[in-house]
Write a protein that binds this ligand. Structure first.
Ligand code: SUO
Ligand code: CP
Length: 314
């Protein structure tokens, strides 16, 4: 693997899950692999899990890590080519990426979509510019359209908790007060349609994800129908892809205990952060059904598996 920006960078999905689980068992088995290697983590947006888990994964492999919050600490970065830079942005992504490539052996980049123009966001200019201009392997820490480290950790978690070889996994839209990216849901759909699971998605009309990520998934518009017999319910809000960036006002889609009644004692998943009693009720998050903390724990080992593979290929 040269870069890690989607499931397509993984050759053997099941083998990769096994590698993450092996690292979970022996996190320090390769503690010299990253010696004298530097990881750079660049955040255009907030983070708790991605930042800390990736840093911990790098430490387990003996790497140094440097972290930068671009929007707070650095120069504002111009993304567009050919512009006259006489506004607020002092540095172009061409130089920024190339310079960081001089300091780091591997770079991670987080850049959320602006959710104003679909074509711009789905063009993934920032992550592509880092791939083009940095000269080093790039890891997506959640791009405009995908969050592969999260989905990898989610698949690892499902493989740990599944009670049958091909579990029924349902991705459910849930309410939110803000316009959120489709990235986590696109990415989860993309990974699940490549994995050995029975996968469906349920959302209100108008909130269908781009079919470039959902091909092969069963599509529902009714939670009760979709949840019947589910082993895993993955909860996430996303703004509309069709009416781009629209926030849906469907408070009844919140996940509470009653919604889970006809599932196969489903485990409830969410990437976090989650707004309690808007997206998922306290009674679910505080019950045994919720495995959100396990997902977050597995972020270390999904990141570590990716870093290990990249370090071995440097
Ligand atoms: N990295 C995990 C999720 C990040 C982001 N959530 C958020 O922005 C939540 C913000 C809020 O709740 O206001 C998302 O949905 O893509
Ligand atoms: N799940 C996740 O990516 O969390 P952060 O946004 O806190 O990194």
């Amino acid at each position: 693997m040269r870069h890690f920006t989607s499931v397509n960078d993984v050759k053997d999905l099941d083998g990769f899950v096994q590698k993450a689980l092996a690292l979970k068992k022996s996190p320090f088995a390769h503690k010299h692999l990253g010696e004298n290697r530097t990881l750079g983590l660049l955040f255009f947006n907030s983070s708790l899990r991605t930042r800390m888990s990736t840093q911990k994964a790098a430490a387990n492999l003996g790497m140094n890590t440097m972290v930068m919050n671009v929007t707070q600490d650095s120069w504002q970065i111009e993304i567009e080519d050919g512009v006259v830079m006489d506004g607020g942005k002092a540095e172009h992504i061409r130089e920024a990426a190339a310079v960081l490539g001089q300091y780091c052996d591997i770079l991670g980049v987080r850049s959320f979509p602006a959710l104003r123009d679909r074509k711009t966001d789905y063009g993934e200019k920032i992550i592509k510019a880092f791939i083009q201009h940095s000269g080093v392997p790039i890891i997506s820490l959640e791009s405009a359209t995908l969050h592969p480290l999260q989905s990898f950790a989610d698949l690892v978690t499902i493989s740990e908790f599944k009670k049958s070889p091909k579990p029924k996994v349902v991705l459910s839209w849930a309410p939110h007060i803000n316009a959120l990216p489709q990235a986590v849901s696109n990415s989860f759909s993309q990974w699940m349609t490549h994995a050995d699971v029975d996968f469906s998605i349920v959302q209100p009309k108008g909130f269908e994800l781009s079919d470039q990520f959902t091909k092969g998934a069963k599509i529902y518009y009714d939670q009760e129908e979709a949840f019947e017999g589910a082993d895993f319910v993955y909860v996430k809000n996303w703004s509309s892809y069709k009416n781009y960036g629209e926030v849906g006002n469907y408070p009844k889609w919140m996940i509470d205990q009653s919604k889970l009644a006809n599932t196969n004692q489903a485990r409830v998943m969410h990437c976090l952060p989650v707004r309690r009693n808007v997206v998922i009720a306290d009674e679910v998050l505080d019950s045994k059904s919720a495995i959100v903390i396990h997902q977050a724990a597995n972020r270390v080992f999904s990141a570590q598996a990716v870093l290990k593979e990249m370090l071995e290929n440097l």
